[in-house]
Design a protein around this ligand. Structure first.
Ligand SMILES: Nc1nc2c(ncn2[C@@H]2O[C@H](COP(=O)(O)OP(=O)(O)OP(=O)(O)O)[C@@H](O)[C@H]2O)c(=O)[nH]1
Ligand SMILES: [Mg+2]
Length: 627
């Protein structure tokens, strides 16, 4: 499926040639008829001798209508460059030619028209002139066909030349990401709203759900046509007309995009490489200047940010960030054209290198290195730079706005994973250096905790979860696993510790520990509170904290301390009671445990806190499902 586009100066016979080839008059507007010139894009198609169909986009030649020409030229595979034998190479022949070059249209046919009006000598001169201009360009070897639509000369030859060209052309790829930049919107009585465009990136089929950008409205394809024929499926590279369910004409515009993919990402900043035209006179592209940006069928104002303060000169190539007032959904590798409004002229074009760029000023040299690495469009390099930029990214989002298939991206990622260059969790990909950094931060934090609390064996996991608040839980858990699996840390009962770490307890402290435990044991019916205990045992505070941490003692509200085994005994008695009786009152607790009232409330509160019991009016019932 290929689309050819016309190009050339006003009145050189583009529309007449397309009519001669296809019997379709692409000048359909009344104003076009009246003025005898093409104003907006025209669309036709033809069947080649082989039976294959090709689409044709006819563009206007008038210098004020260049923006329509650009919209028409963006989706084409090959050009029919039309040159009037009488007039030869004219200003818009040149401008169109430059635009085609910037859009990287590699294939074409040169049609010298109106040969009925010139003699052989003139024809030779024009042909020589054209060849001269095409030297060192991709179209130098393009076939030249001399035609007259009036005398029906060369028309069949154009057809056979198109036929011959096709096997040499590279078809548009199907990467499973269909998108169609809208070039026309109209209403068909009885059917509703129809949009047309050149489909790229994937197939569209009848009944499929699509999303319109920038409105993000979802709609369904009621029906599709390619080359005026109803079809169930449209392939990349074909001209397609889409009948959209439930969309009004005024909700859709040229420049909007129909996406067949579910996920659309857009940005107000894109990073690009700009190529300024070599023929620019007295023009340089200043930092922070405003230009007209064209991509797909979209036209929008862009503000330019250059890495250097000095402007970009004619014929120079340079990186830049472009900023827009509204987000654009472009893809890595998409082409664009730049123009200035006054005096109106095309100044250059280029390639999109980062369609989802962060706002930056190139002050950070990394931004420039990033672009330098990507300009080769090597997928492996793109994967690595993308990850480095994002640090971590959802697997499905890696290079989502690119002209690569998911399977190609996955394959590159797999290789890097094997080499340890990329860290992957279930749904995330993480930059290797960043991952290493996080591990170091984790270990430093842990060591710091030991410095602050040398007596503690370890530290609660949730403390670390809050240190790493900026990591997605899935990533944090993977970090943890990775540290555990490499024996850097241990995790037991929600406590993180260094495997090598023994609590540093002096013999002095050991004496204190047994003193405290004995005290608690002796006073189990009348447990002390923390304050009294500390006042009786010098240096007790640190030891009590340590024992609580170690789970040797339990601290109730009001600072009441119980030996853990004592607490467990009471807890089990209560549970057994509740299993049989369903509920327990305070008086029943006192009877069951032989505890005085002042301990009962804190004890029950602790059990509530542990989600073993819960309060119901004046009694406690079991909350936990206990086997
Ligand atoms: N004598 C002669 N006249 C031609 C030939 N082809 C086109 N013309 C005339 O040239 C004029 C312009 O032709 P179009 O086909 O409208 O030119 P165009 O390139 O489409 O013009 P724009 O779309 O406005 O850029 C018309 O009056 C045509 O009849 C030809 O082969 N011989
Ligand atoms: Mg025309």
């Amino acid at each position: 499926m290929f689309v050819f586009g016309t190009a050339g100066h006003i009145d050189h016979g583009k529309t007449a040639l397309i009519y001669a080839l296809t019997s379709i008059d692409t000048d359909r507007l009344p104003e076009e008829k009246e003025r005898g010139m093409t104003i907006d894009l025209g669309f036709a198609w033809m069947k080649l001798p082989s039976g294959e169909k090709v689409g044709i986009v006819d563009v206007p030649g008038h210098e004020n209508l260049i923006k329509n020409m650009i919209a028409g030229a963006t989706g084409i595979d090959a050009v029919i460059l039309v040159i009037d034998a009488n007039e030869g190479w004219m200003p818009q022949t040149e401008e169109h030619f430059q635009i085609l070059d910037l859009l990287d249209i590699k294939y074409g046919i040169i049609a010298i028209t109106k040969i009925d009006l010139v003699d052989q000598i003139r024809l030779n001169i024009v042909e020589k002139q054209i060849k001269e201009r095409l030297k060192n360009t991709v179209l130098f070897d393009a076939p030249v066909v001399k035609v007259s639509t009036v005398k029906n000369i060369g028309i069949d030859q154009i057809k056979s030349t198109i036929q011959d060209l096709i096997p040499r052309m590279k078809p548009k790829r199907d990467i499973g990401k269909p998108r169609l930049s809208i070039d026309r919107v109209f209403n068909i009585k009885g059917s509703g709203t129809v949009v047309t465009g050149t489909l790229i990136g994937g197939t569209l089929h009848q009944g499929m759900e699509v999303t319109i950008f920038p409105s993000y409205k979802k709609t369904r394809l009621r029906s599709l046509q390619t080359y005026k024929e109803k079809t169930e499926i449209a392939f990349p590279g074909s001209r397609a007309a889409l009948n959209l369910v439930g969309m009004e004409k005024n909700e859709l515009h040229r420049g909007d995009i129909v996406f067949g993919t579910k996920q659309i990402k857009a940005s107000k900043n894109i990073d690009v490489q700009i190529q300024l035209l070599s023929q620019l006179k007295k023009y340089s592209l200043e930092n922070r200047s405003e230009v007209l940006f064209f991509t797909g069928t979209k036209e929008i104002l862009a503000k330019i940010f250059l890495p250097e303060t000095k402007p970009l000169q004619s014929d120079e190539t340079g990186f830049a960030q472009l900023r827009f007032k509204e987000p654009l959904a472009t893809y890595l590798g998409d082409h664009f054209i730049l123009r200035i409004p006054s005096p109106p002229k095309t100044i250059g074009g280029g390639l999109i290198i980062d369609p989802l760029a962060h706002k930056h000023h190139f002050k950070d040299r990394d931004a420039l290195h990033f672009l330098q690495k990507r300009i080769k469009f090597d997928l492996r390099e793109l994967v690595l730079t993308e990850l480095k930029k994002n640090i971590f990214i959802k697997k499905d989002n890696l290079l989502i706005n690119s002209n690569y298939a998911d399977s190609e991206i996955k394959e590159a990622v797999e290789q890097f994973k094997k080499q340890g260059e990329i860290i992957a969790t279930n749904s995330w990909l993480i930059d290797k250096n960043y991952w290493q950094e996080q591990k170091t931060i984790f270990m430093n934090r842990l060591n710091r905790e030991y410095e602050l609390y040398p007596l503690r064996a370890g530290f609660p996991l949730n403390k670390f979860q809050s240190y790493f608040y900026y990591l997605k839980p899935e990533i944090f858990n993977n970090l943890l696993d990775s540290l555990i699996n490499t024996d850097k840390i241990s995790l037991k009962k929600g406590i993180i510790f260094l495997p090598s770490r023994e609590p540093k307890i002096s013999s002095q402290q050991k004496i204190l520990i047994s003193k405290i435990l004995k005290f608690l044991n002796d006073n189990s019916a009348n447990p002390p509170n923390e304050k009294t205990l500390i006042s009786q045992i010098a240096g007790g505070k640190e030891i009590i904290d340590f024992l609580v941490q170690e789970g040797e003692i339990v601290k109730l509200s009001d600072g009441i301390l119980l030996e853990s085994k004592n607490y467990d005994i009471m807890k089990n008695k209560l549970i057994d009671f509740l299993k049989i009786n369903g509920s327990i009152s305070i008086a029943q607790v006192r009877e069951l445990l032989g505890l005085s009232r002042k301990y009962i409330i804190p004890l029950l509160n602790k059990l509530d806190e542990e989600k073993i019991t819960q309060r119901k009016e004046n009694v406690r019932i079991l909350k936990a499902k206990l086997g």
